[in-house]
Structure formats: C-alpha cells, structure tokens
Write a protein that binds this ligand. Sequence first.
Ligand SMILES: O=C(O)CCC(=O)C(=O)O
Ligand SMILES: [Fe+2]
Length: 315
Amino acid sequence: MGSQSQSPLHVVDFTDENMKPGTGAWFSACNVVRTALEDHGCFIAHYNRVGKELCDSVVCAMEHLFALPIETKVQKTSEKLFRGYLGQITWLPLYESLGVDNPLTMDGCQKFAHIMWPQGNNRFCESINDYAKLLGELDHMAKRMVFESYGVDMKRCDSFIESSNYVLRCMQYRTVKMNENELGMHCHTDLSTISIVHQLNNLNGLEIKIMEGEWCGVDASPNLFVVMAGDALQVWSNRRIRSCEHRVIMNAKKIRYSMGLFSFIDNMVHIPEELVNEQHPLRYKPIFNHDEYISFYDKEKIKDHNSRIEAYCGI
Ligand SMILES: O=C(O)CCC(=O)C(=O)O
Ligand SMILES: [Fe+2]
C-alpha cells in the first residue's frame, strides 16, 4: 500500500488575529495556499476557532447520531449524490456517513435532525451549526486566498462564494475485525470545489497522495483542518491546481469520527481569463456546470479523476 514519509504538506496559520486581507501576513499566506494547492492539492489549516470544547460536543453528537438504528439513518435520502446515508457497503465495510444539507443555516441542521429525531434535537443542531459555521468561515477565507493569489477580482470571489452550497458529511469508521483490510476509504478525489476535512476525535487515518506510491498521513488535532481542492477547483484553475487524491487507513483501536464540509457551485463555473495565458493555454471548456459534472460522474463511473474531467469538459 505504499510507504509513509515525513510531512511535506504546507501548513497555513490562521490563528493570527492580525492576518487580514491587505496585510503582509495575509499576502504571504496567499502564496503558501497557492503553492500548496498546486503541489499537493491541499494544505493544512492551523485554525483554533473551533477548539476542544466544541469538538467534544460534536463528537458527542456523532455518537448519538450513529447509535441510531440503521432503519432511522437510511431515512436520510437525497436526489444528490453522496448526501444521503451511506453505509453497509460491501467493499467499504468500516465506513458509514450521513450528509447534513445547508449546515451553515440552523434551518438546514433542524431539517436533518427532524429526520433522525422526529421530536427534534436542539443540542445536536446547535453544536453542528456552530461547528459548520466556523468551517464555513475557513472555506470563505481559503477561497479568498486562492482568488487573490491568482489576481482574480474579489467581486468574482464574492459571487463564487454566494453561489456555493454546502453539505457537512458526518463520518464514522468502525475498528477492523481480525484479518480485515484496514482500508477505511479508497483513494479518490472529491467532486467539490473545496473540501475541509477534520479528524474529529483525534484519531489519524487520513492520508494524502503526494506522489505515485507515496502517501503522507495527517496529524489529527482539534486545531488542524485539511483544506483540499476538489475536481471543480481543478477545472476553475485551468488545471493549475490539482484536485487532492486521498484515502483513509483505519488502524485506530477506537471508532474514528471525521467531518467533511464540501462546497459546490449552483451556477456555472467560469475559468477566469487571469488563469489562461501562453504558458497555461485553456485546458477545459471555459464554462463548467457543477451539477451536470456530478451526474456525469454518477453515470460514467470513470475512476481516474483526470480522465473523468477530461471526458466531461476537456478540449
Ligand atoms: O474521513 C476522512 O478523513 C476523509 C473522508 C473523505 O475523504 C470523504 O468523505 O470524501
Ligand atoms: Fe474525500
């Protein structure tokens, strides 16, 4: 399964209160973000706004959620891919997940909670919504940094953010039984623009592919979040950024909980002209329909993300 190596992943410090647009700290962080996304499709955000206490209450919410009977969990269905209940998958036996649609709004959290607990569950909704909003702020900052680092107008970034929709996927990995494979989640790229992944209860497992055959583990901490480029950001960036290949190896001795905030675009995605020049000729059709791409993924089942993107919008 390839070897582990010392972390070459870039870390961006979001704990500095003075790091605001226009400052030197912001400017240098933008450069690190761009280099990291171009090199590995991801960076590690050191972000302390969630903190241990909120993490603990979200872990508690996850324990209650996944302890519900399967018949209840399967009630969360969705027309959209990967947003309903996923579990009992023969080739991914350790994995179970549930997607909360529109988690940045209290209404989204309540709609989800009502499916799981018809009488409602305020405590669950409050923790999940507080947590998702903080991840949402990180998502917005990451997008601003990406746009700024390529010199793309901030108004374009604001409309990119405004036309984003989010799902918070709550994930549980059970421990392996004797002689069972430790693969928690196969190697893949996400279909999102940006995904933020958090190893919620401090158990490692997430690995990033840094080169063919070389994997790099990510340390779990309440303050470390992996910000990954998805396929849609690869297209938006005219393939300057590559979408992040990752997997989960489940060698923990306890149930592992992780969270992913995935963002998608409602409108068309336009490749900015700032990203196209002689050195970087246009690689994809300049207008990309994110929903249509997800349907294409579902229908065509092309595993390799570069071949999939190429087949959908290559020129
Ligand atoms: O559980 C994790 O750490 C990552 C999960 C993941 O990659 C995904 O849901 O797309
Ligand atoms: Fe993923």
